[in-house]
Design a binder for this molecule. Sequence first.
Ligand code: ADP
Ligand code: MG
Length: 706
Amino acid sequence: MEEEKVTGIPEIYGSLVFNDKVMRERLPKDVYKAVHETAKNGSHLQLDVANSVAAVMKNWALEKGATHFTHWFQPMTGLTAEKHDSFISPTGDGGVIMDFSGKELVKGEPDASSFPSGGLRATFEARGYTAWDPSSPAFIKDGTLYIPTAFCSYGGEALDKKTPLLRSMQALSDAAVKVLHALGDEDVKHVDTTVGAEQEYFLIDKDLYLKRKDLLMCGRTLIGAPAPKGQEMEDHYFGVLKPKVAEYMHDLDRELWKLGVPAKTKHNEVAPSQHELAPIFETANIAVDHNQLMMEMMKKVADKHNYACLLHEKPFEGINGSGKHNNWSIITDTGKNLLDPGKDPLSNTEFLVFLIAVISAVDEYADLLRVSVATAGNDHRLGANEAPPAVISIFVGDELAEVLKAIDSGDISHMKKISKEKMEMGADVLPHITKDTTDRNRTSPFAFTGNKFEFRMPGSSLSIADPNIVLNTAVAEMLTRIEKEISAISGDDKDETILAILKKYLDAHKKVLFNGNGYTDEWIAEAEKRGLDNLPSLPDAMPRLVSEKSIQLFTSHDVFTKSELESRYEIFLENYSKTIHIESLTMQEMVRKDFISGMVKYEDKLVSERLAKKKLIPDLSGSLEEKIICKLDKAGAKILDQLESLEKDTATAETRADGLEAAKYYHETILEDMEALRATVDATELLIPEEYLSYPTYGELLFSLR
Ligand code: ADP
Ligand code: MG
């Protein structure tokens, strides 16, 4: 039985994907070649080629039972968007044929006026265009052919996350190829960034989920006293999967495999009811698309299993939130991982150049990396003693620290000696750097893990396009600077000069290196001394997106125009304020309608019990009920006061026209009000029996899965 299931996987895998294999089998040779070229180098696709692909794609989709097609895109909401059109085309005699043209494949025009554009598109010019991205394969889901597309305005400005991502990959490729050529590696024509995103999530019972307005509207709980047990026993991390949860994960894997999403590793996470799924890494663009699909399928399959899948960064107070580790590297079209140190990193000049470029990029543009993961949800996580702090630093591990020390010593002959000794003696003076020896520091936001870097700040619900756009562009910039210096070298001692250049960059940026515990207050103080940015909240970080330095970086690599950056700045701020606004309104409603009414009902019950007792024993004095009633009364008065403050402050919040000012107000005033109210409500909840509350408690939510 089990055998049968396992042998089916290669047939199932990618069965709903119009992938390279299908194209090679079905497209005429020259058409296949043209599409391949376009996918790889972004060259323009001729209409006759598009027509030919469309016809084959349509027939393939019809065979798989599809009736519709959609351009699938990633607007600035951070989610995906789609609008389905059927293939039917009337024949004029009452019948239809199934039709799909090259034009329909290549270009779409959704009525896109309601997507956030941050002022890039006036309502009278509401048109937005979607353009086929042949570098990410089309697929079938729910009877519809999904065509990955980029989304832009009439004027060509990016209105999505895919366009700038593709631009940033191009920028990095151009810069990397140049530097490789300067180093004598002439064979490389193109490099790709590779990404593997480990995705964390919570699973809770759907019936319980549906009873909580905060989870329904906001994705996180806004009130709720902690359960007697949290994660302190550390018994969930990597624990045995519960049978029903295992069934869910199994089903999820199969659905993802059909869509060609290479789901690989699954396990329980630290918090109760928290899990993780990691795919095998892919080209960044595809990894981003696949992460979106993964999040969608997690929710969809959960629903089938009577679960709700929570992707919010902080669904529950007091236990870990969820993140998404962005594993990132660079691979050449000749198949070389440029962040693989090999057996002898010190004589691996290419590796050293790319390593120093990444370190320099992360230091110089740390604020932009922080911006790229800033959301209202993720702000609850960063720096909360469970996730990396809001300060960005790099962990390289002991071995690589030695390598950097050697470069920094500037003693070239010493370095050469180390490399030479190794060769002559055949022994590793510097051991081959393995994952095991480098991936120990879980507190670091940016860690070298053997042959890639792992950026651990992204939140679980985030589109990983954003951090990868920044990473690619920042590294492209540093490679460009380094390449210029290398190309200017004349004379014989090229190796020595290159190392001197790298030493210069290392000296300028080594302040970002930190191998210690990033969770401590000492580190935050030390980071400040070193001059590293600490940007705890989105309103603190966001202005950096439109700083001179940011504009210079993104425009010089053609990743964003100035107006694209400004529009994104507006959208992110607005999104932040709106999120907290909705949270505030939801909290008010829950406290007023659900919590207070539950509390009053319980008080009522206590009062009638007390009166009944009094009737029975007339000279009864000082009772249990009286004490609880007094406590509840006092708490109730405080809750009402705090609720009123929140209401009043929220009512005036929307009068602020300036986006940054509004976001700051939500951060400083509304979130504070909410926290104060929550503290009182949560303490009071502990006095009230569960049957009086109309929503499930933390204990039920977190410990009900079988
Ligand atoms: P961990 O110890 O964090 O579990 P793994 O080596 O299992 O590390 O990898 C975690 C993630 O990193 C996986 O998604 C994996 O595919 C991805 N990964 C591995 N190598 C690379 C690479 N060269 N580029 C990008 N991601 C990679
Ligand atoms: Mg990891």
